[in-house]
Design a protein around this ligand. Structure first.
Ligand SMILES: [Zn+2]
Length: 309
């Protein structure tokens, strides 16, 4: 049997340029057809989503973004339960970029003897550095962000029994890393026709860490039936913990944030005081993709979907 996860890691490790994304989508659509689906490409602006299933009838939308990010080589620790630490780090990065821009603007305007040039240059360099963070050089390793989500989504798709497939829609979103443009385009196109009670399950960075964390949105936390089905079907394995998080602060913006009823699924490490964290995403050390996470989550979610639709 071909190992789909390994194929993505070796054949499509970076999915950032138009060409890289096209090649990946071609392969992806081939896989989906082999699994018995009819994938459709939906393009809006620069984003192309791959959509499988009946959007109007779907009770569940399960997604993962397939694009990969830019990187300036800076670490990007994520601490969803600790906003202070997160803001402190982001603030330090912003100040660091300001300092570099300041020196660069000075280095250009001073030798030219044109002090009037300093402020416009400072602004240009500073804004330019943020643009580079979003659209700059490609990060070369993207095992967790988000090859892990794509591999898990494909495994859910493959495992889902035929009779359940009519009520689930699967979307591989583009341009999460450019400000969630792909999921915004999907919302604009399909928003009015989606069911009011649709639940969006979003897989983002599920491959690195032994804590598999499911975070239902406020509107889902009151749905006892849904939570029971989640608890019953998405279960832990050896050395792995499943945490269905129903309270406390958790900041992790992803493609599901515009869906009222959603469940974010992500994997983390955990330490006292900091709580959940990941350190490797958006760096060249993003090389960890734990197959056990893919297996547990895809098995659990496929069981959950089959029992719930
Ligand atoms: Zn991601």
């Amino acid at each position: 049997m071909t190992d789909i996860t390994q194929t993505i890691l070796t054949e499509f490790p970076v999915r950032k340029t138009t060409k890289q994304k096209e090649a990946f989508r071609l392969w992806l659509c081939h896989q989906l057809k082999q699994m018995g689906y009819k994938p459709a490409l939906e393009s809006r602006g620069s984003s192309t989503n791959v959509v499988c299933g009946d959007v109007q009838r779907a009770r569940y939308l399960v997604s993962a973004h397939y694009d990969t990010c830019a990187s300036l080589g800076l670490p990007d620790p994520v601490t969803p339960c600790d906003p202070l630490l997160y803001l402190l780090y982001q603030g330090t990065v912003a100040l660091g970029l300001l300092a570099v821009s300041f020196l660069a603007a000075l280095a250009v305007s001073f030798p030219l003897g044109m002090p009037g040039l300093f402020l416009p240059l400072l602004l240009l360099f500073y804004l330019g550095s943020f643009w580079l963070l979003l659209a700059g050089p490609a990060n070369r390793q993207n095992a967790n962000n988000n090859t892990s989500g794509v591999a898990t989504l494909l495994a859910v798709i493959d495992r889902l029994p035929r009779e359940a497939r009519k009520r689930v829609c699967f979307v591989f979103f583009d341009d999460r890393e450019k400000g969630m443009l792909g999921s915004a385009a999907f919302r604009r196109q399909h928003g009015p026709e989606l069911r009011q009670d649709l639940v969006h399950i979003c897989l983002d960075c599920v491959g690195d860490g032994d804590y598999l964390v499911l975070v239902p949105s406020k509107q889902c936390r009151w749905d006892g039936e849904l939570l029971d089905a989640l608890r019953e079907n998405v279960t832990a394995g050896e050395g792995k913990t499943v945490d269905i998080r129903l309270g406390g602060y958790f900041l992790y913006p992803s493609d599901c944030r515009r869906s009222k009823r959603h469940i974010l699924v992500s994997a983390f490490h955990r330490k006292p005081f900091v709580g959940y964290y990941t350190l490797r995403t958006r760096t060249r050390w993003d090389t960890v993709l734990d197959r056990e996470n893919v297996r547990l989550l895809s098995q659990g979610l496929a069981r959950f979907l089959a029992a719930s639709v």
